[in-house]
Write a protein that binds this ligand. Structure first.
Ligand SMILES: [Zn+2]
Length: 302
């Protein structure tokens, strides 16, 4: 009985896709959704599991995510274990074979990324609380990486929907051209921070900072995913005083309590900036997200 129902659901799903004429894409994060929308245009319906204001490190698998995955033609993940806590429960629960790892309907967007902070075997492990045990997964904070991801998404959409291959390719190129066009302005605005050191809450900004020549001296978290401890914050304060560091950068989903404590001692400014699109009215897509990050980092305090 169960098997028959499964087949019926599959048949209905296939019919829905062909009737609507649109691919259904589910991404794990909103930045991936925004890039996919830029590449697919009207040819796909794109939904993200995480909204821009949810930390993908700590999402819980929920029935509504399973429902989203059930009818997807393509699943796109950040990879590098960012979604390790909930991705497979959602995919398993969906019983959608098309989107399982290894299938054409499953794309790991990190495949062609130059990955940073890959630990060697002797270094920290996830068991010690480190959520970056496979390297730093926040590569989309660097707009240059978004160009590689757009190309990979275009190639995969073309594989799934060959008749529109040229459109996907042209849209990815237009997206990359737009990034190139914006990059000069972003670099110009970020120039005063070039060569400077800042402190961040989580290790989520390394790709962004490397692109714009900023040094991250230390994080408020002692390890990625481990909350700030008083001992560690003392070390943060010492580092900031020694290097005269004036900025603490963090995502809005973290409490500012630790940052406030440090700012009180050091006189540093706390800057909150999102790392995902869709979380702020000013950052509804990937490119305006980078605009907003640059703006927050470079606007003068009142
Ligand atoms: Zn992280």
């Amino acid at each position: 009985m169960y098997k028959k129902t499964g087949i019926l659901i599959l048949a209905l799903t296939a019919a829905t896709v062909s009737l609507a004429g649109k691919l259904k894409v589910v991404t794990t994060t909103s930045d991936l959704a925004s890039i996919t929308e830029a590449v697919a245009g009207d040819l796909a319906k794109v939904n993200s599991i995480c909204s821009g204001s949810q930390d993908p490190h700590h999402l819980q698998a929920r029935p509504k995510y399973v429902m989203m995955a059930r009818s997807a033609d393509l699943w796109i993940r950040t990879g590098m274990e960012l979604e390790i806590g909930w991705e497979m429960p959602v995919i398993d629960g969906s019983r959608n074979r098309k989107i399982r790892p290894g299938q054409p309907g499953h794309l790991d967007a990190s495949v062609n990324i130059h990955k940073l902070e890959i630990p060697d075997a002797s270094m920290l492990t996830r068991a010690m609380g480190d959520v970056h045990a496979s390297g730093n997964p926040h590569y989309l904070t660097d707009p240059e990486n978004a160009k590689h991801v757009a190309d990979d998404i275009a190639a995969r959409l073309a594989q799934l929907d060959p008749k529109n291959a040229e459109t996907y390719k042209a849209n990815a190129k237009a997206f990359s051209d737009k990034i190139d066009e914006k990059m000069a302005g972003w670099k110009q605005k970020m120039e005063p921070l070039n060569g400077k050191s800042i402190v961040t809450y989580h290790k989520s900004w390394i790709y962004f900072c490397e692109r714009f020549g900023i040094n991250i001296a230390i994080e408020l978290e002692p390890k990625p995913g481990v909350p700030p401890s008083p001992t560690h914050l003392t070390q943060v304060i010492q580092t900031m005083e020694a290097d005269d560091i004036q900025i603490i950068l963090q995502e809005p989903w973290y409490s500012t309590k630790a940052a406030e404590r440090v700012a009180e001692k050091t006189g540093a400014r706390i800057i909150e900036a999102p790392i995902f699109s869709g979380s702020d009215p000013e950052a509804q897509d990937y490119i305006s997200l980078i605009d907003l990050i640059v703006k927050r980092l470079t606007e003068q305090p009142e």
